[in-house]
Design a protein around this ligand. Structure first.
Ligand SMILES: C[S@@+](CC[C@H](N)C(=O)[O-])C[C@H]1O[C@@H](n2cnc3c(N)ncnc32)[C@H](O)[C@@H]1O
Length: 281
């Protein structure tokens, strides 16, 4: 059976109660991995060693991943259930199914703060605020600020140029007010408008520890790299969604151009849309 999933099927899955989600996932895993038996045994799933190559060979949309020991055995992320709910809430695109991306975000933001890297947090590309809500949690816990940049009205058509010349309008189904209500305003500042024109001169001297670029198109990714990368503290983290996503080729192009004469290089993650992370030297 072809396991490529439609957005509608994923949305129906996300609405199920937790026990039905687990049952559905195991049924899917059995089907897509060709397993005779899948049994959950604490922190591991029996049979995964033999099954994983078959998932790849068969072009399955899912693979099984074992949850990090830091979470499941040592309980180091008590905030995770609440963040996972915020990650999914009101989002019509399948962020919720992309737990690899959520774990990567949480583990790496925590690592940057544990290392004492100074600076605020920023996100360019907020949409309905799902990833912003996760960043806001850590900003507040660490007594830092989160700066959020978006048109809050979807893509700006002036960015439909070059590699993006044939794009269509997307992400218009949101608003600044709705995101404000969802993410909250404690230690959170909003910069509505087209980036980079939305950046006030007062931010020239800003310093950042974590920056999340998730705006899909060449022009804002390029502008985001040019503005934020020089303002990242040493050891700071740049997270770029869709870097290894052939559906958004301008992202990689923009990042590679800005990093061309620098020492840092992107590390690619095996999440759904090909996130890359760059640690500033
Ligand atoms: C994929 S969505 C962000 C998703 C969000 N980070 C999440 O994970 O829930 C991309 C966002 O980038 C924003 N965007 C794209 N180009 C922009 C620009 N030039 N200036 C401001 N925002 C832009 C869009 O408005 C859209 O909300």
């Amino acid at each position: 059976m072809d396991m490529m999933l439609s957005t509608g099927r994923i949305a129906r899955f996300l609405r199920k109660p937790a026990d039905q989600k687990v049952a559905a996932l195991f049924a899917t895993a059995k089907e897509s991995l060709g397993l005779k038996r899948v049994a959950e045994t604490g922190s591991s799933v029996a049979g995964h060693r033999l099954a994983a190559p078959r998932a790849v060979e068969r072009g399955s949309a899912f693979y099984l991943a074992i949850r990090p020991d830091s979470d499941i055995c040592f309980g180091e992320m008590p905030e995770l259930p609440e963040l996972a709910r915020a990650w999914v809430r009101g989002n019509p695109v399948p962020n919720g199914a992309d737990l690899a991306r959520l774990y990567a975000l949480v583990l790496n933001v925590r690592a940057v703060f544990d290392a004492g890297v100074p600076g605020d947090l920023a996100e360019l590309g907020v949409y309905r605020g799902n990833s912003a809500a996760v960043l806001a949690h850590y900003a507040r816990a660490a007594g830092r600020e989160l700066l959020l940049f978006d048109t809050f009205a979807g893509f700006d058509r002036r960015d439909f140029d070059g590699v993006d010349r044939n794009r269509n309008m997307e992400f218009g189904d949101t608003s600044l007010e709705a995101v404000r209500r969802f993410v909250g305003t404690d230690r959170t500042r909003f910069f509505p408008g087209r980036f980079p024109e939305s950046v006030p001169t007062a931010l020239e001297t800003a310093r950042f520890s974590v920056v999340h670029l998730d705006c899909d198109l060449y022009a804002p990714i390029r502008a985001g790299m040019e503005f934020f990368f020089p303002r990242l503290s040493p050891g700071g983290l740049m997270i770029v969604h869709d870097y290894a996503n052939p559906g958004w080729q301008g992202v990689k192009q923009a990042v590679d151009e800005v990093l061309a004469d620098r020492a840092e290089r992107p590390i690619l993650l095996p999440d759904k849309c090909g996130t890359a992370m760059i640690r500033k030297t």
